[in-house]
Design a binder for this molecule. Structure first.
Ligand SMILES: [Fe+2]
Ligand SMILES: [Fe+2]
Length: 311
């Protein structure tokens, strides 16, 4: 009989380690979901009238803030732009969440249905489902149109979400979640902001903290265990996603809809040092993490730089 030595077991332990770790993370996230989940339909007062003189988005986070054009705008026009930009960001959020729901469904297709990891993924899909309905309701309440991303990117994402690899999917998830999350963390405690918007952003921040954790842990594991080609592809697709994301961040139709010249507005946003600072700060936590786990290398890194999200 051959004896099994500690050395023989090491590869098995190494292989099982990430899976056990994955189950433990998912168990903790399920506990947190049980404690802090919200039903926005009941949690928020959707019938309350909007508040006179309150913002739909903190002015410093509005794209044109502190530009020459902003200084020429009336107080009313600035608030109007903030309202449209909040709707644009909510539309972007819905777009991302719908993509994410599909990616999560694909992610669990071959996995054990009784695992914590799959149970948590289903919980997250349920969260995103409620979020998208909440954002849509928020847009309607604000009285603006919804702002879908330009057709080209809408279709590009159709391709990406169909062929995306697992690590690529989680990297894109973090991109969608972390920058908006950074802004929402500034919006919900801000007393200048409409109560409804503060409620929406508070719910989202609380529930997204789990999603960010889940995606980060999974991406970290994947960047160690995935084959080399997949790691390389992830670096590239993530860089491309960053570029698309920064282009789509605010739909330029908002400018025309508040009576501004669209071209001039887009040019001023591009030239704005304040805006660059906001976007970089918003992405900072994410880019530090991605750098740490080796996603920001090679040509992918150049795409990140061209997106303006990385200095
Ligand atoms: Fe969400
Ligand atoms: Fe999420």
């Amino acid at each position: 009989m051959t004896t099994v030595t500690e050395r023989d077991l090491t590869p098995i332990r190494d292989a099982l380690g990430p899976l056990r770790d994955r189950e433990q993370v998912a168990a903790r996230l399920l506990e947190s979901s049980a404690r802090h989940s919200f039903d926005p339909d009941r949690e928020l007062d959707w019938d309350a009238p909007l508040e006179e003189g309150k913002w739909f988005w903190p002015p410093e986070l509005v794209s044109l803030y502190d530009t020459p054009l902003w200084r020429r705008m009336s107080g009313e026009q600035r608030m109007d732009l903030a309202r449209h930009e909040a709707a644009s960001l909510a539309s972007l959020g819905i777009w991302f969440e719908i993509i994410l729901m599909q990616l999560l469904v694909r992610h669990i297709y071959d996995k054990s249905v009784t695992s914590n990891h799959v149970r948590y993924a289903l919980t997250e899909i349920a969260d995103e489902c409620r979020h998208s309905m909440m954002f849509a309701r928020m847009i309607q309440k604000g009285g603006t149109p919804a702002y879908p991303v330009p057709r080209l990117y809408h279709n590009l994402a159709r391709v990406l979400k169909t062929v995306s690899t697992t690590p690529g999917s989680f990297a894109a998830t973090l991109l969608g979640e972390e920058i908006l999350d950074w802004m929402q963390r500034l919006a919900f405690p801000d007393e200048r902001v409409q109560t409804l918007i503060r409620g929406v952003t508070r719910i989202h921040v609380v529930e997204e903290a789990r999603h960010v954790r889940y995606a980060r842990e999974e991406l970290r594991r994947q960047m160690v265990t995935a084959p080399r080609w997949e790691q390389e592809l992830t670096r590239l697709s993530c860089g491309e996603a960053a570029r698309v994301f920064s282009v789509c961040f605010i739909n330029p139709e908002v400018y025309g809809n508040v009576g501004l010249d669209r071209r001039e507005a887009v040019a001023q946003v591009k030239a704005s040092g304040h805006r660059r600072e906001v976007m970089r700060s918003g992405a900072g936590r994410l880019t530090d993490f991605l750098d740490d786990i080796g996603v920001l290398r090679g040509p992918g890194r150049r795409l990140w730089k061209s997106s303006g999200l990385l200095a």
